[in-house]
Design a protein around this ligand. Sequence first.
Ligand code: HEC
Length: 154
Amino acid sequence: MGPGCQHESDEDPVDAQLLDMARRTDGFVWYEGSTAQLARSSGSGHGEPLLRTRYNALAATVLDTNLMVTPDTLFPEGSLIVKELMTDASTIGTYAILYKQSSNSYADASGWVWGYVRPNGEVRVSAKDQGAACRNCHTQVGHIDQTLMNISFP
Ligand code: HEC
């Protein structure tokens, strides 16, 4: 990787693992039970115009009957939240990933590992940064265990 590279090295195994997990869709539950692509909110830190968010079975244990995130809860260990950031209706530009694994050396103080990877493996922000580019925004007033979907899409 030369200094002219436009992206970080994609060789970190944690980034590769997060991408691998994000690619799978079986057993996931969609926010509000909908696969509809939502227009990104004005507060979104994510450039792509469309998005949709899904939760693995462990993360879904803290969703309520409307399949929104229950206020004042913490996601359990093993939770995986994947936001598919779409450049157009049929193209995923980036997977934004939150994976709760306190034992991971890249986990933040809340146990979240932060992933930001394109489907082709290109790493936009490495998990080794521990969400430094993400957490200021994700700890804004009203966050639930650093998640924001309920604020943008109440
Ligand atoms: C400037 C604010 C901002 C920054 C910076 C930001 N995000 Fe987000 N993110 C949001 C908002 C707002 C949402 C809710 C959905 C939406 O409106 O796009 C969101 C949603 C998400 C979700 C879906 C789960 C949820 O409810 O929060 C994930 C996963 C995610 N972001 C990961 C990341 C990662 C990884 C980074 C850093 C590389 C990051 N975000 C940086 C604002 C931000």
